[in-house]
Design a protein around this ligand. Structure first.
Ligand SMILES: Cc1cc2nc3c(=O)[nH]c(=O)nc-3n(C[C@H](O)[C@H](O)[C@H](O)COP(=O)(O)OP(=O)(O)OC[C@H]3O[C@@H](n4cnc5c(N)ncnc54)[C@H](O)[C@@H]3O)c2cc1C
Length: 379
């Protein structure tokens, strides 16, 4: 189905990002997968090309492209090549906005230029061994010591955990109030800030997901984002954009899995005919095509609503829920239609299947999405 919300400049941007991926990412994917981490240099190259925080003001080195369609395009293109480790959207669409939205002018001047150049890689650390969905249950604490906060605790499953130079860390700031939380800019090299092991995962093998530890880290007050008690609200406000970003990538991932399957079933023969000739195959593909088209229209509309600041947390949750569940179904059917080949790592559908599973879990599980949507129903 033809999409109608992109203009010529978006199409040119897509071409340019696609060329960048073909040159700087695709040739390294196998190696990154083996290494469990992407090359640091790819971040600087993306920065050089203007692909990091393109929406940021020119004063900080951005392009001033305040239009979420550019972030959508980059999430889609990364999904089309099935690259889960180079988490450009995490840096550009998820973490960067915390600094522009809640940072003061001094923080923006101090950090944004290097972030936009790709020299300062970002991560956000909310999840803890004992608190994921229930963020208010986190135990990491930051105690006010006058000119600094003393940060103690640990985080787990943190994307860009090893490569990141600046981590936005959520920590409790008032033992009496479980929702009082601050967001702290913890820099590489701060004494007491340690990285744990790179975690072994079902998929996303090129991503350096890791544990982080904070032992008496002295975080200067100048590294607190906004109000030291309002971090929980900031997280909730930012999660809508995060979920829309997930939705953009998920529907594109479903499209990629659909295309890979379509190609395979035309080539593969069984009982003297192409697998594509079986009615079951055609019906499965027809169902996928329909659901992807419907999801795409919905996501494109959400992107335009977000551009007008009209996207609600509930609708962003609907987008994440629907598209990540769809992605799960499409990769699963895709593997099935590939037969044994679908279980082999050398086939793209196998990697897509492994990489997709997390989409229904991170940035809020499907169950949490349903909670958010149902709260909006005021039952
Ligand atoms: C590869 C990867 C990358 C990640 N990257 C990051 C990152 O960069 N930063 C970060 O902070 N976190 C990150 N996470 C963490 C991720 O966001 C959490 O794993 C996720 O939010 C779920 O939390 P949990 O693992 O504690 O699961 P739990 O909260 O323990 O959930 C277990 C089950 O209980 C269900 N459940 C929980 N509460 C409810 C409820 N109220 N109603 C119904 N069911 C419920 C859940 O849906 C789930 O099915 C990452 C995780 C992974 C695996």
């Amino acid at each position: 189905m033809q999409r109608i919300h992109f203009d010529t400049e978006h199409n040119l941007f897509r071409e340019s990002f696609r060329t960048f991926l073909q040159k700087e990412v695709v040739p390294h994917q196998e190696r990154w997968e083996e290494a469990g981490v992407v090359d640091r240099e790819v971040w600087a190259k993306a920065g050089e090309m203007g692909f990091l925080l393109p929406w940021a003001d020119e004063a900080y080195g951005g392009l001033g492209l305040k239009d979420f369609r550019y972030e959508q395009i980059m999430s889609e293109e990364l999904a089309y090549i099935n690259e889960p480790g180079f988490m450009l959207p995490l840096h550009s669409a998820l973490c960067g906005p915390y600094i522009t939205e809640y940072g003061n002018e001094e923080q923006k001047q101090r950090f944004l230029p290097a972030i936009i150049r790709g020299e300062c890689i970002l991560a956000v650390a909310m999840t803890e061994p004992g608190a994921g969905s229930d963020l208010a249950g986190m135990r990491t604490s930051a105690v006010d010591k006058g000119d600094h906060y003393l940060l103690n605790g640990s985080k787990t499953y943190i994307s860009n955990g090893l490569l990141s130079d600046l981590v936005i860390v959520a920590a409790k700031t008032d033992p009496e109030n479980k929702h009082a939380m601050g967001l702290f800019l913890v820099e590489r090299g701060m004494p007491g800030f340690e990285r744990g092991r790179k975690l072994k995962k079902l998929g996303m093998h090129s991503q350096d997901t890791a544990e982080l530890f904070f032992n008496d880290v002295k975080v200067p007050k100048a590294n607190l984002l906004g109000d030291g008690k309002a971090g929980f609200i900031y997280l909730m406000q930012m999660l809508a954009q995060e979920r829309l970003t997930n939705a953009c990538g998920a529907v594109a991932g479903a499209e990629a899995a659909f295309q890979a399957t379509l190609e395979y079933v035309k080539e593969r023969k069984a009982f003297g005919r192409a697998v594509a000739d079986f009615q079951n195959t055609r019906f499965k593909l027809a169902e996928m095509r329909t659901q992807i088209d419907v999801a795409q229209v919905f996501v494109d509309r959400c992107v335009m609503d977000h551009n007008e600041k009209k996207l609600t947390a509930e609708v962003a949750a609907e987008a994440k829920l629907f598209t990540t569940e769809l992605l799960g179904r499409v990769v699963d059917e895709g593997v099935q239609l590939h037969g044994g080949a679908g279980y082999m790592w050398e086939y793209p559908i196998c990697r897509m299947y492994a990489n997709a599973r997390i989409q229904r879990i991170f940035a809020g599980t499907s169950e949490i999405m349903k909670e958010i949507i149902s709260r909006g129903l005021k039952l």
